[in-house]
Write a protein that binds this ligand. Structure first.
Ligand code: ATP
Length: 611
């Protein structure tokens, strides 16, 4: 427990960064917005400055002009000219503000959010799969994507606010100094206390949010389980719901002590920064000073006192607003640091740059070993080779390392030892995207997307020109019969996520749609990581047979638990605890009478019709 706390504290401390870096981070985000929409950002900044000038003229300067007119007797023409000028300034502001608020800003936000998210998604898609195995990285990624757009809005809001207040302070501050520069002391003292307290609060809030983050993620996970369709059946059929409810409740209980612990510090700082610095120091002490100077010392005329007090109220509020906004920037800077760290993350997997051969001849694994992160080895000394046109099966019990082997073949991870060669050349010397384009792959955990069947086969937006190819692919995967029952054919929307008349396919039907993807893509190597597990054994056997016939000229590598299909393979590799324990054709392995034969015997007792 002690150690845990110590580790947590250490981790939080490393997340602290200097003030300079915080402000640079804010400008980094502002720079991004300016790069996405330079015109809007320029107009937005001008608008804030214009508003400050207009407010100064409308209130402070009008008071002075009014008094001058009364005491010195201005001409009628002067008064009308001034009024017309004020009217024009206000009108421009109103029209400009209405346009900003209702047209320019909503459109700009949409574009800024989209551009920023696209950049983050692109970054995530280009990073090593290995990163997803690291919960810290995953936290940072989810957090960055969720927070980035919101932070950009807040930063723009605060930059606009600062420009507005800054411009106002410059103009009215000049007035203030001209009348009584000593009064500035009261304003600055109040400002320092507020600045200090706000900075302290910003850091405390950041520490609180960071500590709450894993708890919030856990809480939202449990929350999701109870409303997402994916879990609905399991929740209803198993006692797991009670356990999850308890975990949900326990997680919730962890939130309050954290909020309470930081809440006390935040409340105290807020009290000093707001009540003491503003109400006591300025409203009481400074007002006393003005009265003393005017009544006792007779240092100011009443007019000057009025002007000072009136001007000081505006200046005081603007400086206080500024004092609150600056630490907000600091806080934004801390958050942006995480987004920057995420964006700066380099892929460990280096591209060799070689754009590759169009044709496929051989794929060879030489003494390949692999471990996930610092875990123990998952694959040991694997030697395997696949030649063009071969049909290869990889079999083995759960956890033997079959999917890991596929991930290495696709270079989603790099081997720890040994090498994988494509046409005799190390796959690390290829550009990963070019290399992967040789494979059409369906994983165990494939996904059906809330879109049309056609889009789900093409895995992109399908057009009329794709119809023939898509229907051919669906026919080969055995989906034709079901397709004929759907009135909208390949344009049928899948899932009811967005469409009430969307179709929810059965597990087996969904698999056929997913498998059609491999028939649609003209790739030389097809990899099936047991996508047919939801099919009944006869359908699986038929599908594999169709698949192998349809892919006669292609290389097929498939993982299957059900050995009925392996009979059709040219060569079988049997994996156990990360090692290849047997390899050969079905007949050779049966003659060997080893692990494969044993597994096959056991299964064929169940599915004897397929023997
Ligand atoms: P199954 O038949 O159940 O799909 P498999 O033979 O495909 O199993 P793998 O998925 O390759 O086995 O897993 C092999 C081992 O590697 C297992 O012990 C698993 O827990 C571990 N493993 C798999 N993926 C990861 C990961 N991302 N991070 C850490 N360990 C992992």
């Amino acid at each position: 427990m002690m150690q845990n706390r110590h580790e947590k504290k250490q981790k939080l401390q490393t997340e602290k960064i200097g003030l300079g870096r915080c402000y640079r981070n804010v400008f980094f985000m502002l720079g991004k917005a300016a790069r996405f929409l330079p015109g809007y950002i320029a107009v937005f900044c001008l608008f804030q400055i214009y508003c400050a000038i207009q407010v100064f003229f409308e209130f402070t300067y009008t008071v002075k002009i009014l008094l001058d007119f009364i005491t010195e007797g201005a001409s009628y023409r002067q008064a009308v000219a001034y009024l017309l000028l004020m009217f024009a300034l206000v009108l421009i502001k109103l029209v400009w503000a209405a346009w900003m608020e209702n047209a320019a800003t909503p459109r700009a936000k949409e574009i800024l959010h989209r551009s920023l998210r696209m950049e983050l998604y692109q970054k995530a898609a280009g990073l090593d799969l290995e990163r997803y195995d690291d919960p810290n990285y995953y936290n940072e990624f989810v957090w960055s994507v969720n927070e980035a757009a919101n932070r950009m809005d807040l930063i723009l809001e605060d930059i606009g606010f600062l420009l507005n207040k800054g411009a106002y302070i410059l103009i009215s501050g000049a007035f203030f100094i001209a009348l009584d520069s000593f009064s500035i002391f009261f304003i600055l003292l109040s400002l320092s206390v507020t600045l200090l307290m706000n900075s302290y609060m910003g850091r405390i809030q950041f520490l609180r949010d960071t500590e709450l983050k894993p708890v919030e993620r856990k809480r939202s996970y449990f929350g999701r389980i109870f409303y997402l369709n994916d879990y609905a059946k399991e929740i209803r059929l198993n006692p797991v719901a009670d356990r999850l409810k308890k975990e949900f409740s326990d997680t919730n209980k962890k939130v309050y002590p954290i909020v309470e612990r930081y809440g006390k510090k935040i409340a105290a700082a807020d009290f000093i920064g707001d009540y003491f610095a503003n109400d006591i120091l300025i409203n009481a002490v400074y007002l006393g000073y003005l009265i003393y100077q005017t009544v006792v010392k007779e240092a100011f005329r009443y007019g000057s006192t009025m002007a000072l007090y009136q001007n000081s109220a505006g200046l005081k509020h603007s400086l206080n607003d500024l004092a609150k906004a600056l630490p907000r920037l600091e806080q934004h800077g801390l958050y942006v640091e995480k987004i920057r760290t995420f964006l700066a993350a380099e892929s460990k997997m280096q591209s060799g740059g070689y754009s590759g051969d169009e044709t496929f001849e051989t794929l060879t694994l030489n003494n390949v070993s692999f471990a996930y992160g610092k875990d123990r080895e998952t694959l040991h000394q694997i030697n395997l080779s696949v030649s063009a046109g071969e049909k290869i099966a990889v079999v083995g019990y759960n956890g033997a390392g079959k999917s890991t082997l596929i991930k290495l073949l696709l270079r989603l991870y790099d081997v720890k030892e040994g090498s994988i060669l494509l046409n005799g050349r190390d796959i690390r010397t290829y550009d990963p995207n070019c290399y992967r384009s040789l494979f059409a792959t369906i994983f165990q955990d494939y996904r059906i997307f809330a879109s049309s069947i056609a889009d789900n086969v093409k895995m992109d937006v399908a057009g009329d020109g794709d119809r023939e190819e898509i229907e051919r692919a669906l026919h080969l995967s055995g989906f034709s019969e079901r397709l004929h029952t759907l009135s909208n054919g390949i344009n049928t929307r899948l899932t009811r996520e967005f469409e009430e008349d969307g179709v929810n396919l059965s597990g087996g039907e969904a698999q056929k749609v997913a498998i059609a993807r491999t028939f649609y893509q003209y790739r030389p190597i097809i990899i099936l990581d047991e996508p047919s597990s939801a099919l009944d054994p006869i359908s699986e056997y038929q599908l594999n047979q169709t698949m192998l016939n349809a892919a006669k000229d292609k290389t097929v590598l498939f993982i299957s638990h059900r050995l009925s299909s392996t009979v059709l393979a040219d060569r079988i590799y049997m994996l156990e605890k990360g090692r290849i324990v047997e390899s050969g054709s079905h007949q050779e392995l049966m003659n060997l009478g080893g692990k494969y034969a044993q597994m096959f015997q056991l299964q064929s007792e169940k599915y004897h019709m397929l023997k």
